[in-house]
Design a protein around this ligand. Structure first.
Ligand SMILES: O[C@H]1[C@H](O)[C@@H](O)[C@H](O)[C@@H](O)[C@H]1O
Ligand SMILES: [Fe+2]
Ligand SMILES: [Fe+2]
Length: 305
């Protein structure tokens, strides 16, 4: 099997990077999932510096995202969406709605989102056959992207997709296209721009406000509708776009013990979220009965959105 390394290769990395790379490879190989050579555009995955038309769009996306995702904005969004008064529907109905949605922040994928959900879920199911909660988590992790649709408020892309990060404390350098934070009003606000900002050491990610988007929304919907998914599943849903944490190891000072445990599962999940993106279609009708059975196990029939 050929493995493409999208981070510094072994020889050039320092001890820490080498160790990290080893762990990553072990995780992938353990499960038997083979990493594709390149994304659908023939580039390395998550290469935000490659020269291409798509990348220009992605960079522009992050400029607007970083300027507008402020403490004020997140507070307003949380208030609005906790009403859960936008729709009533089942999980599967929501999967079907995602047929319409294309994510402009994603340098690796321009397929409809339902393909991505099923590709991720099927890949993780193959390698972790006994963790049914993980299969369902994969299926639903991006459902929050319905926020882009008219009946869910038709939020702009910058308020729905892309990597997420904490607001209310200093923005970490590892966040993609971080130079655009210089234009954020929170960047110069002394209450928000120190290492801890409005938080304290080990306060737990649960108490941290993340930039608003599909992750936090789907977490809210799952929780408020009484899902029985384990806490690792909810953690994956809520922080799967938080690459500064799960890829770069930033913001660890805000985590508590439960976060540390859950992060292990998030790191496993991330390989499948990222590397299962391909042009190979999943036969929806064939796998639907299996996922319907998981939905019945972990969710009520209709949810408030
Ligand atoms: O679903 C999204 C997405 O496709 C993005 O491009 C990425 O930045 C996020 O981290 C992810 O959760
Ligand atoms: Fe996502
Ligand atoms: Fe995803």
């Amino acid at each position: 099997m050929t493995i493409i390394v999208d981070q510094p290769p072994f020889e050039n990395g320092n001890e820490e990077q080498i160790q990290k790379k080893r762990e990553e490879l072990e995780l992938v190989l353990d499960g038997g999932f083979s990493i594709p050579h390149a994304n659908s555009f023939g580039h390395n995955f998550r290469d935000y510096d490659v020269e291409s038309e798509r990348q220009k769009g992605v960079e522009d996306f992050y400029r607007v995202n970083h300027i507008n995702q402020t403490v004020d904005f997140v507070t307003k969004m949380r208030q609005e969406y906790k009403k859960l008064d936008k729709a009533e529907m089942s999980i599967w109905e929501c999967c079907e709605l995602l047929n319409e949605v294309v994510d402009e922040s994603d340098p690796d994928l321009d397929e409809p989102q339902i393909e991505h959900l099923l590709q991720t879920a099927e890949a993780i199911r193959k390698d972790y056959p006994n963790q049914d909660w993980l299969h369902l988590t994969a299926l639903i992790h991006d459902l929050g992207k319905v926020l882009l649709l008219p009946s869910f408020g038709e939020l702009p892309q910058w308020a729905v997709v892309g990597d997420t990060f904490p607001v209310g404390c200093a923005f970490d350098k590892s966040i993609v296209h971080n130079k655009y934070f210089l234009e954020s009003p929170d960047y110069t606000n002394p209450t928000y721009n120190s290492k801890y900002g409005i938080y304290s050491e080990g306060c737990g990610l649960d108490n941290v406000m993340m930039s608003w988007g599909h992750d936090d929304y789907m977490y809210l919907v799952s929780k408020e509708n009484g899902t029985t998914l384990p806490s690792a599943g909810l953690f994956i849903i809520r922080y799967h776009s938080f690459y500064a944490l799960h890829r770069s190891g930033a913001y660890k000072h805000l985590m508590n013990e439960e976060d540390v445990e859950n992060l292990k599962w998030l790191k496993i999940f991330n390989k499948y979220d990222l590397y299962s993106k391909s042009k190979v279609r999943v036969d929806v009708e064939k796998v639907k009965p299996y996922y319907e059975s998981l939905i019945n196990k972990y969710f009520p029939e209709k949810l408030r959105w």
